[in-house]
Design a protein. Sequence first.
Length: 639
Amino acid sequence: MTSIQRASVRNGQPYRYREDTEAYDDATPPRKPTSAINYTRTRTTNYAPVIRSGNRRYILHEGLPPPRTPRTTSLPRQEEEVAQPRRRVHWLVFVGLFMLTMLIGWVLLTMLANWWQVTQDDWHYSRPRTYQTDMVVGHNDSAASPSHFIAINYNRHIEIIEFPGGDISHAKLYLGPSLFGDGEDLQQQHELNGDIEQFLQRLNGQENTEQEADIPQEEPPQPNTQPGAEEDIQETIHVYFVREEREEAAAQKDVRVLESTPPGRHPGRPQRKSDLPAYTTIIFFIFLILSCLAFQLYLVFTPPTATVTLVPRSQTVTLTGTLQIGRLLNPLTLSQSQTVAATGKGHQSAKSATGVITFYNGLFTSQTIAQGTILTGADGVQVVTDEDALLPAATPPLFGQAAVSAHAINPGTKGNIPVYDIHQACCSNAVLAKNTIRFTGGQDARDFSTVRQQDIHAAAAQLISTLNRSMHGALLGQLTPQEQLQLLPCRPTKTSDHPIGAEASHVTVSVSETCSAVAFASQELVNKATGFLTRQAKPTMKTGYSLLGDVHVSATQASLTHMPHPLVFLTFQAFGTWIYALSHRTQQQIKTLIAGKTKQEALQLLASLPGIESVSIMWGDDSKLPKDTGYIHITLIVA
């Protein structure tokens, strides 16, 4: 079967002509040209068949067309070439490249800003990172003399040094938490940066037009004898035939091509995709990049500050003394009891009950009952006599009688028989045995609890601690707002309801305590102690030293004398630190002195100043200090 495909006038899709039915697959094929169709066939041995249709000429060839070579001569007419659609680069590609360039620049600028931030932190906080503050925490401090704290980040381990009340002689070291993560030994906060992903979208359109012409079986072309035929030809078309396999031809036999345009689309009009996601992504990335650039530029243009740490020479003076100051408060007595379990252990062995057996003789002759005589009571308990019983003869109306000691054969509480449990004849019909009193002392083997000395002492210590707190609160009620309290030695009294070693499961301990205290004016004590300490330190101090802060005074003990009348004495401890004075004016002069100098020059100048123990500068070794003294910060540390 030979078929001819024509381009549709509407949408450029092919129609197929079937020779067996002599009709087109399309119900309405395109209209034929108005000019007459004249097929002129010639056959020569040296030329390909030629078919002329109106002003077009079709030259039929076997096989594929030869490769195209550059033309050397101009032809009178050029063949019409089908224009291939030109691939255009979408504008989003250029936007994506621009954004990628901005992203790379932002990454580089971020790295520079991070390096600059770490360098500034080194200048500000040194290495290891150090932070200082003052706070009142109740460790022998006050609002006038707060405790000083220094926190150090040493290799991700936080260490805190406390000077209670500013006293460096009682410094304490606390171990804080450990930090985990990269850079935690240098930074105090982290910023988490999310990964930025870039999305690019390309829209490529390509439109291909395929034409295929199946020509009927070749016939020898006939010579064209019409005059002016060559002059009327406007276009020459070369047709090349390629033989297909039979299977492919059979598969194409029943193919009917109507229209290749998918339903819902207008022929000849490309489908337009939405650019809203692309615009949203671009605006987001531009906003993100501009925000980061603004933030990084702010960090870059923030001027650095040089930190100069000075340790002035210092000296601490301590004084311990006793002053007659304060008044005696009325004594108070408080009592409290507590019951605790006895923790001692005791053991009791089994023991036989003991008693007395009385024998009665009714014969007129004396009788003897031998030792070891066994008697059985009404409850089945057997007792045995411990000695011989000599019974005198009876003298009517009285019986002869004798009493001997006896004990139960089996140990235990069952041997504690009641009165007259034994009432029976013994040895003969005229002799009667009775227990006129009950047997006692029989006991079973057992373990029991006893009171230990530690039980009484432990309960008493807990009661004394509770009483001391209560006593302190009760005595505070006798103070005025300007006074403080110092307790005198108390006299506790301890008692228990069971002695030490006694059998008991619980013991009740009672403590009674009588206490008194001394009330004194705190400011009066501070003033007097400061005067004593200043007079003691003045002869040893050199010129230029001054007292740092206030003198720290604390009462350690109160005592009382009764001769000739009661007097109150208070023992105290005072200490103060004198350092070389660096006033605000002196610090400004130091800043002016080192401004614009290199680090080494500034260190040499500061080390030569009087009263300076040591100095350090957080600044680069190869750069000069800022010329503006406002960017030079001086930190004083008292060693």
